[in-house]
Design a binder for this molecule. Structure first.
Ligand code: B12
Length: 224
């Protein structure tokens, strides 16, 4: 009869089980299976996997794959949308998980703009990196960004725009911050497909990042 000692699962087996759960979670999100995405997020947390690991190595990693497939024309808008719904279901399961916050970020898509897939990805990555994220959703006015940053004592406002016609709202938000004397105290980072570093320089935003992973690095650098 094997001894209790030999029956104990090894660290190696535990790591394999963790990797398998996270892999299944990524696959569920990529194929847009909301039920499985929820179930596997719950299972991962139940296994004792850290919330941050579930977000970074499970949820965000899956959305990175979805983004790559989209850019490679393997996925189209419907696949993007169903994957994002599965991502949201998985993220909803995370509320209540405690993470030590490294700073507060107010994020949203600017006024007149309803595109939120990239913004949600950036929000998820920031949450996974340990920021407290206050997500204002889409169609957010400059006043709303500024008021919320004040109320939440946030160190950073992160704005997303996907339309050339709505990018100007980023400039208005920077101006609204200045008019309240908050520029410098509340940093601004911008992004979205039509946004560039030179646009960030032009409107005097503190930072720009081309994707969700570098958005996290930039946010950390700005809040140092
Ligand atoms: C999906 C989509 C939609 C969906 C949006 C669904 C949703 N819930 O988001 C729907 C169908 C609703 C839609 C509507 C419209 N759309 Co649209 N849409 C797109 C599409 C196909 C993909 C955008 C996307 O989600 N990309 C995937 C994500 C992951 O990438 P991303 O957003 O760029 O985000 C990444 C980075 O930019 C960065 N990032 C994003 N945000 C932020 C923020 C910060 C702070 C940082 C640091 C980084 C960062 O990180 C992300 C992850 O890597 C694009 C075309 C394209 N190929 O981009 C057109 C596009 C953006 N849409 C366009 C248009 C014109 C429209 C409509 C006006 C169409 C119409 N006539 O009704 C409406 C506008 C509605 C509105 N008022 O906003 C144009 C914009 C043209 C322009 N230059 O202004 C595009 C480029 C299509 C085109 N080629 O004409 N759209």
């Amino acid at each position: 009869m094997p001894s209790v000692r030999t029956m104990k699962p090894s660290m190696h087996m535990y790591k394999e089980a963790v990797m398998a759960v996270l892999d299944d979670l990524r696959q569920a999100i990529i194929r847009g299976d909301q039920g499985k995405a929820k179930e596997l997020t719950k299972a991962a947390l139940g296994e004792g996997i850290a919330a941050k690991t579930v977000v970074v190595d499970g949820i965000s990693a899956a959305m990175e794959v979805v983004g790559e497939k989209f850019r490679a024309n393997e996925f189209f808008v419907p696949e993007l949308l169903i994957a994002q719904r599965a991502m949201k279901e998985a993220l909803n399961m995370m509320s209540g998980e405690s993470v030590d916050h490294i700073g507060t970020v107010v994020i949203g898509t600017v006024k007149g703009d309803l595109h939120d897939i990239g913004k949600n990805l950036v929000a998820a990555m920031m949450e996974g990196a340990g920021f407290k994220v206050v997500d204002l959703g889409v169609d957010v006015s400059p006043g709303k960004f500024v008021e919320t940053a004040k109320a939440e004592s946030a160190g950073l406002i992160a704005m997303s725009a996907l339309l050339t016609t709505t990018m100007g709202s980023m400039k208005d938000t920077v101006a609204a911050l200045s008019s309240q004397g908050l520029n410098g105290r509340v940093k601004v980072i911008i992004g979205g497909a039509p946004v560039t570093q030179s646009y960030a320089d032009e409107i005097e935003a503190d930072g720009y990042a081309p994707d969700a992973a570098s958005a996290v690095d930039k946010a950390k650098a700005l809040l140092k």
